[in-house]
Design a binder for this molecule. Structure first.
Ligand code: SF4
Ligand code: SF4
Ligand code: FES
Length: 329
């Protein structure tokens, strides 16, 4: 495809045909905020924090998915762009728990002077989000900021779903679906503000189509999806990311050659991720690579580090403690 030349904030840039406006911005080291975009997923353009102004276009356009065109004139920092981004961030922060988002997101929110508190104190959590039906949205009194709060879903040993932190970016749905796993265990249920990520009929993960690959955790930008081990350590006030080391290795389970990043705290593996720029897996793994590390650190009866008790708790699900096979005589 022929190259295209456009102007971003008055600076001319030439990019390969098929590039997006975001690609053009990045070619100029003029990065833009994103929430629902990730290099290893198909853009779904739902969050709208990446919008820019294009000369001659009536509406703002999502830079993450709009193709760059010859002669385009793009403005990434106009009053209209700043105002729009500020509103999007404020709406999200007034209704969603965002305390685990990355530093870049926090910096963008500061840059736009976001003040989510101006929408009022958080409304009381309704507790019934999973039961809401499209077309039956109740209208609040208008004195408090509506919230997406719902209880944390802890229904298995491997990962936890805390949809009070969910910005509905669809990344997990994409990763569970056509972009990686092709399992389609999760999707968006409901409409409007009642929309939420759900399994079929809101069934528990262990009764759903989920194969526990954890690829949804790998792409979640807000901590809504989290390793059970990380969740339990955070609950106990013992999650120490600054003190953790990350060691890259190769998965030992099969010949595909997936790269694993082992996150280690107190000499214990506390979670496993995979580099997005790996040519084979693009950051995605299967259940064995992501969760099958326990054989290198059996903590069943050998509580020797301060975090072993917590890690053992992370192995307990609704059906009681995990039952290990009896050792052979
Ligand atoms: S763990 Fe895998 S299969 Fe299960 S919901 Fe997440 S992406 Fe889908
Ligand atoms: S759970 Fe995470 S990845 Fe899925 S939609 Fe919510 S914020 Fe996005
Ligand atoms: S990052 Fe572009 S719409 Fe979400």
């Amino acid at each position: 495809m022929a190259e295209v030349t456009l102007a971003v904030d008055g600076t001319t840039v030439t990019v390969p045909g098929g590039s997006t406006i975001l690609d053009a911005c990045r070619a100029l080291d003029n990065d833009q905020p994103t929430l629902c975009y990730l290099d290893n997923l198909t853009p779904v353009n739902v969050c709208r924090v990446c919008v820019v102004e294009v000369e001659g276009n009536r509406t703002l356009v999502p830079s993450c998915s709009r193709p760059a065109e010859e002669g385009m004139e793009v403005a990434t920092d106009s009053d209209r762009v700043r105002h729009s981004r500020k509103m999007v961030y404020e709406f999200l922060a007034s209704s969603v728990e965002l305390d685990l988002v990355d530093e870049e997101t926090v910096a963008w929110m500061d840059r736009y002077g976001c003040d989510p508190d101006r929408y009022g104190p958080p409304a009381d959590p309704s507790g019934d989000r999973d039961q809401r039906k499209a077309g039956h949205h109740r209208i609040g009194p208008g004195t408090a900021a509506e919230t997406v709060h719902q209880p944390v879903k802890v229904d298995n040993e491997l990962y936890v779903r805390d949809y009070s932190r969910c910005i509905l970016c669809y990344k997990c749905v994409e990763a569970c679906g056509e972009d990686a796993q092709n399992t389609f265990a999760i999707a968006v249920a409901g409409r409007g503000f009642d929309a939420r990520i759900s399994t079929e009929f809101d069934t528990g993960l262990t009764d759903s189509a989920c194969v526990f690959c954890g690829n949804c955790i790998g792409v979640c930008p807000t901590g809504a999806l989290m390793f059970r081990s990380e969740y339990e350590l955070r609950q106990a006030g013992m999650w120490e990311e600054e003190g953790q080391t990350v060691t890259r290795t190769i998965c030992s389970y099969c010949g595909v050659g997936c790269n694993l990043d082992l996150h280690v705290q107190d000499n214990r593996i506390v979670k496993v991720t995979s580099p997005m720029d790996h040519s084979v897996t693009s950051g995605h793994l299967c259940i064995k690579g992501r969760f099958g590390y326990e054989y290198v650190q059996e903590v069943g009866d050998l509580a020797v580090t301060p975090i072993d008790e917590i890690l053992r708790r992370a192995r307990i699900d609704d059906r009681g403690p995990r039952r290990h096979p009896e050792p052979r005589a």
